[in-house]
Design a protein around this ligand. Sequence first.
Ligand SMILES: Nc1ncnc2c1ncn2[C@@H]1O[C@H](COP(=O)(O)OP(=O)(O)OP(=O)(O)O)[C@@H](O)[C@H]1O
Length: 585
Amino acid sequence: MNRQIKTSELLRRFAPYFKKYRGVLALDLFCASLTTVCELVLPLMVRYITDLGMNDLASLTVSLILKIGLLYLLLRVIDMAANYYMQNIGHIMGAHIETDMRSDLFEHLQRLSFTYFDSTKIGQLMARITSDLFDVTEFAHHCPEEYFIAALKIVVSFIILANTNLWLTLIIFALIPLMVLCATYFNQRMRRAFKKSRNQIGELNAQVEDSLLGIRVVKSFANEPIEREKFREGNEEFLDIKREQYHYMAGFGSVTRIFDGIMYAAVMIAGGLFMIYGQINAADLMAYLLYVTTLLTTIRRIVEFTEQFQRGMTGIERFLEVVDAPVDIHDAPGAKELRDVAGDIAFEHVAFHYSDDDHCVLSDINLHVRPGDSVALVGPSGGGKTTLCSLIPRFYDVTEGRILVDGQDIRGLTLESLRKNIGVVQQEVYLFAGSVFENISYGRPGASREEVVEAAKLAGAHDFIMEFPDGYDTYVGERGVRLSGGQKQRISIARVFLKNPPILILDEATSALDNESERIVQQSLETLAKGRTTFTIAHRLTTIRGAQLILVLTEEGIAEQGTHAELMAKGGLYHRLYSMYTEME
Ligand SMILES: Nc1ncnc2c1ncn2[C@@H]1O[C@H](COP(=O)(O)OP(=O)(O)OP(=O)(O)O)[C@@H](O)[C@H]1O
């Protein structure tokens, strides 16, 4: 994520975002030309009047002065209208581009697999999708406009100045490359500092998120001082980065001021000398100074804009880092829809590791589950039960071998159709900040009230929902904090009832509950599992005695498989685990 992308590459990748708004951009640049012309005309008018005043006073009539004044005012009215367009519509164009980029970023995030999220901090992503892109709005609007105006002013100033006195102009313009060199030096450092500060803001975001999401753990361990200290360190680090950033910004600003001084001194000394030798008259020198002022104001604006430019570049760079993250799990070309699923599932020589440098979590797994059968996965912690189940909906792709649903390799099916046919009741239930109704209907968006109520009844959730003051409209809180563990679990089961998939994965679904809640949830799960191919990960071994197939998974692979009776008769690992469990109960 830390590779520095070249400015030209960033601009090339950013340019297509203007395509939709090219009409607005063209008009914006036209308005920018108008304002530039209005600004450049003033020294010409002043020179004209001064020239007449010094050399031909008789021609300088009141009506002529009034005409020039009115013409100037007219130009300023045009300037006002053009400026309004640039400020209003130009900024709105920038905001549109920011919105488009934010949509692209969010869309890409939705397509990324678990592998990406396993190694990325959510707080960093939040910073990229919000604050980083704010800077892009200003950049998108001002970048073309500012550089266009600057180029126009520099070219027109050069032509007018060179027409007045070529040598003096060459002396002044000879200083510009020096300024460019200096700007390049500072720009590179500023960009690095901006990137560091953006990264650090992302880190702070991630830290705050972690600390607030875990606020119950923090408080239960009375570890607020540790959290404060962690935050203080991150915050101080941000301050140090800001110091570095301002050091370069101030250095750049100050160096350009000295260039200002050098230019004015050059005009005064060289202009004075040229005047002594009759090469330039007083009116020309005055106009000359006015143009040099315009030129320097332009250069100063570019200098000021440099900061915005670098911020924009940083925002775009951080945007591209996410957008360029490869989507490793996607539909294969010509992927088929999974339809009319019976629920036959086969694992053929399946091996899996999380990343190239990780150990093999699963190796050479072979398994055949018939439609409607229930498979229970048991075994020691870390044996790979959750991992095995997460391969079926392609949360991760197998490293070797293949998984078949109804005889079709799941990598040849569309992800959407595959996942629509699999219901997962997670170990940690996640409810969205919304109502009970919204959370259940997440299982089948668009479901009617009656369907949601029916699903809740099947999950044994209807009665407690009706006891809430607002019934199905009760707000569950962020992540469902206002509900008990058992209530959350039953809502998540109702969600799967509503989805009605032929294949089920139940991951430790009752492990966090008390006996009474467990009994109710267990009943709901048994109702849910009827007629569906079910994979259950359970530590409570008594609940899986009826499973058609029990797999004992260890780090070495499938240690044993069979029915409860077969495995008990075998007297192996399952027998030991079961005996230990029943003794503890
Ligand atoms: N996202 C991940 N990235 C890298 N390694 C992981 C990831 N998830 C799990 N692992 C590793 O894979 C191995 C198997 O983990 P898994 O969660 O599948 O085991 P489990 O049998 O379900 O354990 P438990 O019963 O404790 O839930 C463990 O060594 C674990 O550290």
